[in-house]
Design a protein around this ligand. Structure first.
Ligand code: GTP
Length: 887
């Protein structure tokens, strides 16, 4: 018994669940497009169900003739013909028209069901009573008019479009031949076609433009039952696709899996009173179904065990034959789609196919990329290993081509290896991933690695060269800075140039074969030159920080050693002021050289260029301007210090000499139009602040500190010279010996044996000795006979007065002490007075500068603050030592 399903119920609702169930049960999806839909229309109780049941073997409900006429079919029903086996025939039984149940005026459902039948059915059977043929008002005429009218809404008369087969089934045929009947019926149909209202576009159209009209006639069901059955069988045969007079014409239609969706959508459109556009409907159904098919295929692909296994393996590393395996899986997915979507609208199908391809690529891409990365990493690892071997001593890089050739060979091998691996394991047929981009990425990685290795080697070679440069540079630079003599800077730059050239030669030699471009080699050489200059400047900056100790060292070197580098003994013939001046100049040179970093020869600042162009001077003289200013300051202050020391004002030498130097240097600078260091705040012509190591203020401060130090040293030297002189004069002076010889022995004896004369001579000798010491005759005479005599002549009277006054004071104090002693005031007081007298006499009688210092020390210790303060702690210490020596 054939299953029947109600498609549209009596209320006009679509029974989607039942229809889908019907489609599934009858495996309509497997039919593809190999199925046909037959629908029947006709007046109510016109034997439609009876016809379908006898022709197709269905079981539609038929009215029992004994119960009388009435509507048995409500809505639209469907069944599959069990009798037609060559193809699947779906039979739709429609509710009869003109039914009393729906009322005379309710033709809406009739029109909608006619529209539905025309849209869905391949063959539309129209029941027509034989006796109505040729009659003006036959019972089936209104229905036919309805069919013609709604058809105009659905289809346009296109040349290639399939026409609906309109099969007129003439019931209760008479003896009139079918040809005669059809002739009359055709005339009726033409009249009817002409009578319906048509849109202007179809005004001249014929019915055959829209329909393929067929005819069949059946005998009377009740009166000629056997004939009726035979006619039914005969009619059934016409539904076989290969029958000679077949009614089934193969045409493009939606596949069986879209049948339920399609008729549901058609009915919804009809029910909503919208225009039913069948081509658009097909596109719509195709869109939905193609999308569903693509989704199903993708789901199947993702759930595929083989794909899951590939993904898992790909996560662990390179998978052999990955590409071909994925291509197979993708191909089956695509083919599945193509097979299922084959009968849908071509444009939609292609569009969805494209989408499916993209989604497949998106699903595969991460795994593919991981595989490419794994293969690339394997090739890169192999390449790095080969390159490392090539760079080992004796490797390919040691050959004539060097690093460049070895790297190129390794690179070519790696590219070849990757191409082979891609072809065998990675290429997925049918994808746009042809390996071009992957090879380019690999080549970029190879080039990056080669560049990295090359950079490392170059950097190592540069480091070695810089180390060698440092070694070559340090010793000569330090040696030059120890002296800091005139012309130091050109020599420093010469050392830099030579060291950089040697290091550059070493560097370029070790980088032969690395394909250094001329510009790159020049940049490296320039880097070495800059490095040399920076290292040299670093040494100079360090030296500038320790300038004072360097100045002292330089001063001591010149001052304390003679030309043969032997220590000076400060004999009488040593011209200490001259030696001190030379030593100070040497120290000043240290300061002058360390004040500013001189530009290298050939390089000068624009401002300097302008100034020099204006003055017509050579650039080298710019450095000399600073040097000249510092030396001028040194000379001036040295002269002032010498004068002060010679005048015996050693204690105030520092301050007074600075002031004098200031005045002298300033006036000298102004006189020559040169740089005035005392008033300068910056170095003229030095625009680059970074080159200034010592500002003029720093130079002045350093020089002042140095002068304090040098003054003490000079003073000590003078003292030592004086002490040496005294040590050499322990015998009576020559003039005394000569006097003794002149006076004669007798006079000497007489003098010795005459006590009064002896006392007078003794007092006179003591007086003259004190006067000699007071006048410091030797020192005055050291300046020259005439200047000494003139100076002594000026000082003789005050000196006499001073000696007499001191003698008188001594006598008074002696008397006072004796008187105190007599008055019984402790022997200690008398002892102190005697000691003082002895000290004073000793001091006075020593007559030497050392003796004077000792006396001054004693006086200081005795009188405390009342005595003039020493100029410095060093002087005080010196005085103390001299006092001890004198005692
Ligand atoms: N004269 C004649 N009567 C027939 C023929 N076929 C069926 N009948 C009778 O017509 C009556 C109605 O038959 P149905 O097949 O139920 O008619 P129907 O068109 O399907 O009826 P609805 O479904 O209600 O529209 C029944 O009593 C049948 O015996 C025929 O070929 N000739």
């Amino acid at each position: 018994m054939a299953a029947i399903v109600q498609v549209i119920n009596g209320d006009g609702e679509f029974e989607s669940a039942g229809v889908q169930s019907f489609v599934d049960k009858n495996e309509l999806a497997q039919c593809r497009t190999n199925y046909a839909v037959v629908a029947i229309m006709g007046p109510q109780s016109s034997g439609k169900s009876t016809l379908l049941n006898y022709v197709f073997g269905t079981d539609f409900k038929m009215m029992d003739a004994m119960e009388g006429r009435g509507q048995t079919t409500k809505g639209i029903w469907m069944s599959k013909s069990p009798k037609v086996t060559d193809t699947t025939v779906l039979v739709m039984d429609l509710e009869g028209s003109d039914g009393r149940e729906r009322g005379e005026d309710d033709t809406n459902f009739e029109r909608q069901s006619a529209l539905f039948a025309l849209a869905v059915a391949d063959v539309l059977l129209v029941n027509i009573w034989c006796h109505d043929i040729g009659r003006e008002h036959g019972s089936g005429k209104p229905l036919l008019k309805t069919i013609f009218q709604v058809n105009l809404k659905l289809f346009a008369p296109e040349p290639d479009r399939k026409k609906t087969v309109l099969l007129f089934v003439i019931r209760d045929k008479t003896k009139t031949p079918l040809a005669k009947l059809t002739e009359v019926l055709e005339a009726d149909l033409d009249r009817m076609w002409d009578s319906i209202a048509k849109p202007a576009a179809y005004a001249g159209s014929k019915m055959t433009d829209f329909f393929q009209v067929q005819y069949a006639a059946l005998s009377h069901f009740e009166e000629r039952y056997e004939d009726f059955q035979a006619d039914a069988v005969h009619l059934r045969r016409r539904f076989a696709p290969d029958a000679e007079d077949t009614l089934i014409c193969g045409d493009e239609k939606l596949p069986g899996d879209a049948f339920a969706l399609s008729i549901h959508n058609i009915w919804d459109v009809i029910r909503s009173q919208k225009d039913l556009n069948l081509p658009a409907h097909k596109v719509m159904v195709a869109n939905i179904r193609c999308q569903e098919i693509a989704d199903d295929q993708l789901r199947a692909f993702a759930a595929d065990q083989a794909w899951a296994g590939l993904q898992e393996a790909a996560g662990l590393g390179a998978v052999e034959g990955f590409g071909p395996q994925v291509a197979g899986l993708m191909d089956s997915c695509v083919k599945g789609y193509e097979a299922e979507a084959l009968y849908f609208d071509a444009h939609v199908r292609e569009a969805k196919f494209g989408e499916l391809g993209k989604r497949l690529l998106a699903a595969v891409q991460p795994v593919y990329q991981a595989q490419v990365a794994a293969q690339t990493a394997a090739v890169l690892t192999s390449f790095e290993k080969e390159l490392k071997l090539a760079l080992l001593p004796g490797g390919a890089a040691s050959g004539s081509g060097g690093f460049v050739a070895a790297a190129a060979a390794c690179r070519a091998a790696a590219v070849k290896e990757f191409a082979a691996a891609f072809k065998k394991h990675l290429h997925i047929q049918g994808t746009p991933w042809d390996g071009t981009a992957e090879a380019a990425a690999l080549e970029a990685a190879l080039d990056a690695h080669i560049a990295k290795v090359r950079d490392e080697h170059v950097a190592a070679a540069v480091a070695r060269a810089e180390k060698a440069l440092s070694t070559l540079l340090s010793a000569p630079v330090i040696a030059l800075l120890e002296v800091c003599g005139p012309g130091m800077w050109p020599r420093l730059y010469g050392v830099c140039r030579d060291a950089a050239a040697a290091a550059d030669k070493q560097l370029l030699g070790s980088l032969a074969g690395y394909g250094l471009a001329a510009a790159e080699a020049e940049a490296l050489s320039e880097g070495l030159r800059a490095r040399a200059r920076a290292a040299m400047e670093g040494h100079v900056r360090e030296a500038a920080l320790t300038r004072l100790s360097r100045m002292k060292d330089r001063f001591q070197e010149v001052f304390s050693q003679d030309e043969s580098r032997a220590p000076r003994m400060w004999g009488a013939r040593d011209d200490i002021p001259a030696i001190a001046a030379a030593a100070r100049l040497a120290a000043a040179n240290v300061l002058a050289q360390l004040a500013v970093i001189r530009p290298p020869p050939g390089e000068q600042q624009p401002q300097q260029q302008q100034q020099q162009a204006a003055k017509g001077q050579l650039q080298a003289e710019q450095g000399d301007a600073i040097e000249a200013a510092v030396l001028q300051l040194a000379r001036s202050s040295s002269d002032a210090a010498s004068t002060a020391a010679t005048d015996g004002a050693a204690a105030d030498a520092s301050s007074s000499s600075s002031d004098a130097a200031a005045a002298a240097a300033s006036s000298s600078s102004h006189a020559h139009g040169a740089l005035d260091l005392l008033s300068a705040a910056t170095w003229p012509g030095v625009a680059d602040e970074s080159r200034v190591l010592l500002a003029p203020h720093d130079v002045r401060t350093s020089w002042r500190e140095f002068m304090s130090y040098s003054n003490v040293a000079v003073q000590q030297a003078l003292s030592a010279q004086q002490a040496n002189r005294l040590a050499n004069n322990r015998l009576p002076p020559l003039w005394a010996i000569a006097a003794m010889l002149a006076l004669g022995w007798n006079e000497a004896m007489a003098l010795l044996f005459n006590p009064l004369l002896l006392v007078v001579v003794g007092v006179l000798v003591l007086f003259l000795r004190s006067l000699y010491v007071e006048l410091d005759v030797e020192r005055e005479m050291a300046r020259g006979a005439l200047p000494g005599a003139i100076s002594l002549s000026h000082k003789v009277v005050p000196a006499c007065q001073s000696v007499l006054r001191k003698t008188a004071e001594s006598v008074q104090q002696l008397m006072h002490s004796l008187q105190e002693g007599q008055e019984g005031q402790g022997a200690a007081g008398g002892g102190r007075a005697a000691a003082y007298t002895v000290d004073h006499r000793a001091n006075s009688s020593s007559g030497t500068p050392a003796g004077q210092k000792a006396g001054r020390y004693t006086e200081l210790t005795r009188r405390g603050a009342a005595a003039p303060a020493p100029s410095s702690a060093a002087e005080f210490t010196d005085l103390q030592a001299e006092s001890k020596k004198a005692q």
